[in-house]
Write a protein that binds this ligand. Sequence first.
Ligand code: GLU
Length: 554
Amino acid sequence: MDKLKELADLMFPDVVNDIDYYEKMYPKRNLEDGARVTRFAPSPTGFVHMGSLLSAFEDYKAARDTNGVFMLRIEDTDSKRTVENGIVGILNDLKNFDIIPDEGMIDEEHSIGEYGPYIQSERKLIYHTYAKHLVLKGLAYPCFCTSEELNETREIQELNKERIGYYGSFAKCRSLTIDEAIEKIKNKEEFTVRLKSPGNFNNKITLHDEVRGDIEFPENDLDIVLIKSTDKLPTYHFAHLVDDHLMHTTHVMRGEEWIASFPIHDQLFEIFGFEKPRYAHLGLVMKIDEEGVRRKLSKRKDKEASVEYYHKEGIPSDAVKLYLMTIANSNFEEWLDNNPDKDLGEFKFDFKKISASGSLFDVEKLLNISKNYLSRLSAKEIYDNLLIWTNEFDKEFYEVLVNNKDYAISVFNIERGGEKPRKDYTSYSSIRNFVFYLFDELFVNPKYEWGKINNKNEIETILSTYLNSYFTLENSLEWFSKIKEMCDNLGYASNMKEYKKNPELYKGNVADVSGVLRIALTSCANTPDLYLIMNLLGKDKIEKRFKKCIENLQ
Ligand code: GLU
């Protein structure tokens, strides 16, 4: 028997087909010209980091803009990074931002699409088939070096200031004869499968990066590992080749940490004669930390790095998406300003507008976007969305909302709509603090923050005089003129100009008196229009609140 074939069979006893079998099984996709096929390829770690969400969003947008395909492929070849139910966690995080893959995993075990399996541990046989193909062509070989031997080689290279890696004369197993290799495998020696790199380090190749433009590299000459020894799973490099080839990915959008590996990937595609994908290497998501230092947004240190955080905080996913779009493409904000009424889908994603140096993640800016976004929703939309959020995160508030639907909608309607809507809510979690005093169920143990007028007797006088002689909700003009009248009678200035001229003539002014009414009703010094609040509460509640307040003063 052909010795090389004997070796290949021994290395891959599981392989029964050749690569033609798979080439036929996964034919070219039938898509429009220019349609992009992209994929998000996380490890099943159970959650999505903000940087990954950004790249998933960019993958999704790049495909969607061109009627292409966006896939979710799970890269579980590193068992250390695999967690139970990790795929569902990722899918949920994506779903919260309406990033729904067209193809790929839909739960821990199932997938949709014709180009699967979409989880790498289930593709082992496919990788082995492609690796065997290389062995048969004399372009891959078994390597029996132990980690001690590899360390030794590295130490020698460091000592002699040579390039680190398994190449040229350092690639010991490259020179084993086929018979020697066969013998070792028969003796059950562990082996990895390595590429027999045909490259020359003195040659140059160019990466035409979609984001960064052309970058020149020396050709790869490393005999990199294709298949690992213990679990016989592929390395990232080899899985990238096999998967993105068979799935017909047109655009590989991935973290910049992979740029340095480009020569390896380019060579693998070259050797097989496969059409090469385009590459877009995305910059890191950065933040400016408390010390003013620009650094990578860290999963470990920064709560805002996990997308779960936005869900818990109740920052609307549409606002997060708007923000992601602003960091994904530098011309997006201008587009949005010029096209406020257009659907976001009409904005076309452009690789050239991605920042190569990484994007600064600015929570303040995100909250600002969220604030604007929430200010544009109708009271009913706020109600509906808040119901969903509170149902998960604030059951007490949820019950109150369910039991007082129409009233709650009128509360959210305060100063909403029109040219200049009120902008106070930054997230769904922030709303309770702005409205709690409008619901008796939430207005318990109020802590009154008194202002200038903080004398017990004076407060009591103002509250009871108001109720007994000046209370009206007729209309806002009438309402205010009554308050002013009361001011005049109690020794406060009803006219601010007068007050400013001669403050010593008065106990205080109309703003101080309204402040007392406001605080007695709400416990807060700052609220929306007091007349609107009084209207919502109605006379009975106002009386009760004043009584409660007076009791509290005792
Ligand atoms: N699993 C790889 C990572 O998480 C994917 C990189 C790629 O998109 O090719 O970095």
